[in-house]
Ligand binder design. Structure first.
Ligand code: FE
Length: 161
Protein backbone atom coordinates (compact mmCIF):
# COMPACT_ATOMS: atom_id res chain seq x y z
CA UNK A 1 0.00 0.00 0.00
CA UNK A 2 2.93 2.37 0.47
CA UNK A 3 3.28 2.85 -3.27
CA UNK A 4 -0.43 3.59 -3.59
CA UNK A 5 -0.36 6.22 -0.86
CA UNK A 6 2.68 7.81 -2.50
CA UNK A 7 0.39 8.58 -5.44
CA UNK A 8 -2.23 10.03 -3.13
CA UNK A 9 -4.75 7.24 -3.72
CA UNK A 10 -7.09 7.31 -0.73
CA UNK A 11 -9.82 5.00 -1.96
CA UNK A 12 -10.85 2.92 -4.94
CA UNK A 13 -12.26 5.91 -6.85
CA UNK A 14 -10.54 8.94 -5.35
CA UNK A 15 -7.01 10.32 -5.41
CA UNK A 16 -5.20 13.39 -4.16
CA UNK A 17 -4.29 14.85 -7.53
CA UNK A 18 -1.19 16.90 -6.68
CA UNK A 19 1.18 14.29 -5.22
CA UNK A 20 3.40 14.83 -2.20
CA UNK A 21 5.92 12.36 -3.62
CA UNK A 22 7.97 14.19 -6.26
CA UNK A 23 8.78 10.87 -7.97
CA UNK A 24 5.21 10.57 -9.26
CA UNK A 25 5.86 13.44 -11.71
CA UNK A 26 7.21 12.13 -15.01
CA UNK A 27 9.64 14.39 -16.88
CA UNK A 28 8.55 15.18 -20.41
CA UNK A 29 10.77 18.06 -21.55
CA UNK A 30 13.02 20.64 -19.87
CA UNK A 31 10.89 22.30 -17.11
CA UNK A 32 7.86 20.17 -18.09
CA UNK A 33 6.41 17.18 -16.15
CA UNK A 34 3.14 15.25 -16.13
CA UNK A 35 1.42 13.38 -13.34
CA UNK A 36 -0.75 10.49 -14.61
CA UNK A 37 -4.25 10.21 -13.17
CA UNK A 38 -6.09 7.91 -15.58
CA UNK A 39 -5.04 6.06 -18.73
CA UNK A 40 -8.06 5.12 -20.87
CA UNK A 41 -6.89 2.22 -23.04
CA UNK A 42 -10.44 1.46 -24.25
CA UNK A 43 -11.40 4.80 -25.81
CA UNK A 44 -7.86 6.11 -26.27
CA UNK A 45 -7.04 9.06 -24.06
CA UNK A 46 -5.78 10.07 -20.68
CA UNK A 47 -6.16 12.47 -17.78
CA UNK A 48 -3.12 14.04 -16.23
CA UNK A 49 -1.76 17.06 -14.48
CA UNK A 50 0.75 19.08 -16.44
CA UNK A 51 3.38 21.02 -14.50
CA UNK A 52 5.57 23.59 -16.19
CA UNK A 53 8.02 25.81 -14.35
CA UNK A 54 9.44 29.17 -15.28
CA UNK A 55 10.19 29.61 -18.99
CA UNK A 56 9.14 26.04 -19.85
CA UNK A 57 7.69 25.25 -23.28
CA UNK A 58 5.42 22.42 -24.39
CA UNK A 59 6.26 21.95 -28.07
CA UNK A 60 3.85 22.98 -30.81
CA UNK A 61 1.19 20.31 -31.20
CA UNK A 62 -2.22 19.51 -32.62
CA UNK A 63 -5.04 17.35 -31.26
CA UNK A 64 -7.22 15.04 -33.36
CA UNK A 65 -9.78 14.95 -30.53
CA UNK A 66 -11.11 17.34 -27.88
CA UNK A 67 -9.05 18.41 -24.88
CA UNK A 68 -10.42 19.89 -21.66
CA UNK A 69 -8.17 21.80 -19.26
CA UNK A 70 -8.64 23.28 -15.80
CA UNK A 71 -5.89 25.50 -14.38
CA UNK A 72 -5.11 24.62 -10.76
CA UNK A 73 -2.10 26.83 -10.10
CA UNK A 74 -0.17 29.61 -11.84
CA UNK A 75 -0.78 30.73 -15.40
CA UNK A 76 0.27 29.97 -18.96
CA UNK A 77 -0.51 30.93 -22.52
CA UNK A 78 -0.38 29.69 -26.07
CA UNK A 79 1.90 31.50 -28.51
CA UNK A 80 -0.90 31.26 -31.09
CA UNK A 81 -3.51 33.05 -28.92
CA UNK A 82 -3.68 36.37 -27.08
CA UNK A 83 -5.22 35.24 -23.77
CA UNK A 84 -3.62 33.99 -20.55
CA UNK A 85 -5.04 30.93 -18.75
CA UNK A 86 -5.01 31.51 -14.98
CA UNK A 87 -5.85 29.44 -11.90
CA UNK A 88 -9.56 28.64 -11.87
CA UNK A 89 -10.02 28.93 -15.63
CA UNK A 90 -11.34 26.22 -17.97
CA UNK A 91 -9.79 25.74 -21.43
CA UNK A 92 -11.39 23.83 -24.31
CA UNK A 93 -9.15 22.75 -27.20
CA UNK A 94 -11.24 21.63 -30.17
CA UNK A 95 -10.04 18.93 -32.60
CA UNK A 96 -7.62 20.42 -35.11
CA UNK A 97 -6.41 23.18 -32.80
CA UNK A 98 -2.64 23.73 -33.00
CA UNK A 99 -0.71 25.51 -30.25
CA UNK A 100 2.49 25.91 -28.24
CA UNK A 101 2.18 26.20 -24.46
CA UNK A 102 4.57 28.54 -22.68
CA UNK A 103 5.04 29.63 -19.08
CA UNK A 104 6.52 33.09 -18.79
CA UNK A 105 9.49 33.95 -16.58
CA UNK A 106 7.22 35.81 -14.14
CA UNK A 107 5.46 32.54 -13.21
CA UNK A 108 7.35 30.14 -10.90
CA UNK A 109 5.13 27.16 -11.67
CA UNK A 110 1.83 26.23 -13.26
CA UNK A 111 -0.22 23.08 -12.72
CA UNK A 112 -3.16 22.28 -15.03
CA UNK A 113 -5.47 19.29 -15.25
CA UNK A 114 -5.93 18.05 -18.83
CA UNK A 115 -8.36 15.44 -20.17
CA UNK A 116 -6.89 14.51 -23.57
CA UNK A 117 -8.71 12.45 -26.19
CA UNK A 118 -6.75 10.59 -28.84
CA UNK A 119 -3.28 12.02 -29.09
CA UNK A 120 -0.82 14.85 -29.01
CA UNK A 121 0.55 15.28 -32.53
CA UNK A 122 3.73 17.35 -32.47
CA UNK A 123 4.30 19.54 -35.53
CA UNK A 124 6.97 21.89 -36.78
CA UNK A 125 6.45 25.50 -37.83
CA UNK A 126 5.19 24.32 -41.23
CA UNK A 127 2.64 22.00 -39.62
CA UNK A 128 4.58 18.87 -40.56
CA UNK A 129 4.21 16.00 -38.08
CA UNK A 130 7.41 15.31 -36.16
CA UNK A 131 6.23 13.12 -33.25
CA UNK A 132 3.15 11.92 -31.41
CA UNK A 133 2.02 10.76 -27.99
CA UNK A 134 -0.96 8.55 -27.21
CA UNK A 135 -2.18 6.62 -24.17
CA UNK A 136 0.29 3.82 -24.91
CA UNK A 137 3.38 6.00 -25.27
CA UNK A 138 2.38 7.85 -22.08
CA UNK A 139 2.10 4.54 -20.20
CA UNK A 140 5.54 3.55 -21.50
CA UNK A 141 7.05 6.85 -20.37
CA UNK A 142 5.64 6.34 -16.87
CA UNK A 143 6.75 2.74 -16.68
CA UNK A 144 10.32 3.63 -17.66
CA UNK A 145 10.47 6.53 -15.22
CA UNK A 146 9.05 4.59 -12.28
CA UNK A 147 11.29 1.59 -13.02
CA UNK A 148 14.28 3.88 -12.55
CA UNK A 149 13.22 6.01 -9.57
CA UNK A 150 12.32 3.39 -6.99
CA UNK A 151 8.52 3.34 -7.41
CA UNK A 152 8.81 0.28 -9.66
CA UNK A 153 7.74 -0.51 -13.20
CA UNK A 154 4.28 -1.74 -12.12
CA UNK A 155 3.50 1.51 -10.30
CA UNK A 156 1.87 2.87 -13.45
CA UNK A 157 -0.65 0.00 -13.57
CA UNK A 158 -2.93 1.64 -10.98
CA UNK A 159 -3.72 4.41 -13.49
CA UNK A 160 -4.68 2.12 -16.39
CA UNK A 161 -8.38 1.48 -16.98
FE1 FE B 1 -2.91 21.07 -26.44
Amino acid sequence: MSSLSAAGKIGDLVTVAVPEDERVWVPQAPNVWFRPLMFNTVQGGWCNLLRVTKSGVLSRHRHPGPVHGFVIKGSWRYLEHDWVAKAGMYVFEPPGETHTLVVDASTEEMITFFNISGAMIYVDDAGKVVAYEDVHTKIDMCRNHYANNGLGSTYVDQFIR
